[in-house]
Design a binder for this molecule. Sequence first.
Ligand code: ADP
Ligand code: MG
Length: 246
Amino acid sequence: MIKLSSIEKQFDGNPVLKNINLTINEGSVTALIGPSGSGKSTLLRCINLLEIPQAGELTIGNEHLSFSGSQRVSRKDIRRICQQTGMVFQNFQLFPHLTVIENIMEGLVTVHKQRPAQARERAEELLKKVGMIHKRDAWPATLSGGQQQRVAIARALAPSPKVLLCDEPTSALDPELSLEVVAVLKDLAKEGMTMLMATHDLRLAANIANHVVFLEAGEIVETGTSRDLFTRAEKPRTKAFISTLT
Ligand code: ADP
Ligand code: MG
């Protein structure tokens, strides 16, 4: 479903991702763990092309793209790849001047050229799925963090992406509110949504992910099933990091 081969990303000459090779199977959930600054967000952003890698190859479904530092990636290529992905951010990033339902309809109407009636129907379907239909006409600022994140998940899912990328989806939430977001993500996982999520939340990772990737200083140190990695990691660096998670 998703394949990254030999991905390299530098910022001002500093390598941030080094020779990243990663395959994500359809319907699987992969947790991306690692210390702050290890490159988790950058890796997610390289998959939806919010950042452009300098080298390597990216495949999402039937879409394929090669990067070469000297060659610019066209807007058309960015759109083609980006449309395969949905992204959920740590701080929700809802549009404050749009109501809950408008937040979800916006991209469907402006980017995907759906008719408003069709977009509204899709938005309502997703709001029901994340348990937020009763807030459809509310302003984002009036919602709890957990509610905002559930709306953000609905928005990310609206165009039916091939993969949902989540960057620390519960990190800004109190434990109690994070539970409701974990529950929504768990339901999606059960339904077979392919997901890649950067997280410090052991409960989220152990509860939902089939696979865990440990990233340190821009390199994949170890990958494994979540069961193996959390209970019997092979590399000392992985073990040391996992012991810091709570
Ligand atoms: P993580 O999400 O694991 O905390 P990040 O991907 O945010 O790590 O950052 C990895 C490294 O890349 C850090 O050293 C960070 O300072 C650097 N970095 C991230 N984004 C940029 C940017 N836009 N410009 C320059 N450096 C960046
Ligand atoms: Mg990050």
